[in-house]
Design a protein around this ligand. Structure first.
Ligand code: C2E
Ligand code: MG
Ligand code: MG
Ligand code: MG
Length: 282
């Protein structure tokens, strides 16, 4: 009897695994199509200066309009894309789309600050990282000083001297670099000095309980102090309450991004909030 039960359990797990694998392979096949057939689209989440309240930029976030399942969030397909070798083509699609958007808004003289885009490890690790970015800028005609590139500490740590040189080269064109999810990876003070970064994004994980958890509060305060001391812009991710905003303001955080100020939103909605360059804001 025990033996039978054991076999049953085994079969059950095998089944679950097969199902999981089938699902992954299905997503892989469909995602390949999605990249080619423009089923991916971007939402834009605004970023604000915490003191003036001015819009300083926005982060582009990828979504998938799936033919049967509706709009999928990155959590539902990025891990599979990562595992199945599709993260690179997907991220290249996003970078291109962002640069086209930058060009469009620049031509129409709309004030949008910068658009930040999330880079994957393969893009940054590519020996032609710098050239690849330049090619996209050239092809789309996007002014580089409107582009911000985000990557995580883990990606930064893997970067070699060539990547470092490329970052400097791109910086000199006016591109900004932001370290995403700061504090969740292997942060090293060394990397902050060695690589030319402009901005650190304090992860939502620390912001979430910043007004209730003394430990998180200390981490956030220390991160803001570090960023400020190094001349970097500090931005808090995932700000949802007025209390969190007040804490951040009190401790000198420069910028905010979060549901309190604006969700990631489709192009038409974000565009409605943009004003012509030089127009009076009063
Ligand atoms: P991330 O780069 O840290 O992006 C911030 C995430 O936090 C977004 O989730 C955003 O919707 C969410 N968020 C912002 N404010 C709040 C808030 O106040 N409360 C809560 N609960 N969440 C908030 P999203 O869009 O699901 O993206 C998740 C992650 O997927 C991103 O984290 C990024 O690592 C990755 N990702 C998204 N778009 C792209 C892309 O185009 N390329 C690449 N390579 N990765 C992407
Ligand atoms: Mg990001
Ligand atoms: Mg982030
Ligand atoms: Mg995050």
């Amino acid at each position: 009897k025990a033996k039978e039960a054991g076999r049953g359990t085994h079969a059950f797990f095998e089944d679950a695994m097969t199902q999981q694998l089938r699902r992954e392979m299905e997503i892989t096949r469909e995602l390949t199509q999605a990249i080619q057939h423009d089923e991916l689209f971007l939402e834009y989440q605004p970023q604000f200066d915490l003191h003036s309240g001015q819009l300083v930029g926005m982060e582009a976030l990828v979504r998938w309009r799936h033919p049967r399942e509706g709009v999928l969030q990155p959590g539902a397909f990025l891990p599979v894309a990562e595992k199945r070798g599709l993260i690179r083509p997907l991220s290249d699609w996003v970078l291109n789309a962002v640069c086209r958007q930058i060009r469009d808004w620049s031509e129409r003289k709309l004030e949008f600050g910068r658009i930040a885009v999330n880079l994957c490890a393969q893009q940054v690790g590519d020996p032609d990282f710098g050239d690849n970015i330049l090619v996209v800028l050239e092809r789309t005609g996007a002014p580089p000083e409107r582009l911000e590139l985000e990557f995580t500490e883990t990606v930064l740590i893997a970067a070699d001297a060539k990547t470092q040189a490329d970052i400097v080269r791109l910086s000199e064109l006016g591109i900004h670099f932001a370290i995403d999810d700061f504090g969740t990876g292997f942060s090293s003070m060394q990397y902050l000095r060695k690589f030319r970064t402009d901005k650190i994004k304090i992860d939502r994980e620390f912001i979430q309980d910043v007004t209730h958890d003394a430990g998180d509060a200390e981490i956030v305060k220390a991160t803001i102090a570090l960023g400020t001391a190094l001349g970097l812009i500090t931005i808090a991710e995932g700000v949802e309450t007025e209390e969190q905003a007040e804490f951040l303001r009190r401790h000198g955080c420069r910028q905010v991004q979060g549901y309190l100020y604006g969700r990631p939103q489709p192009l038409a909605d974000i565009e409605r909030q943009l004003h012509p360059v030089n127009a009076s804001h009063h």
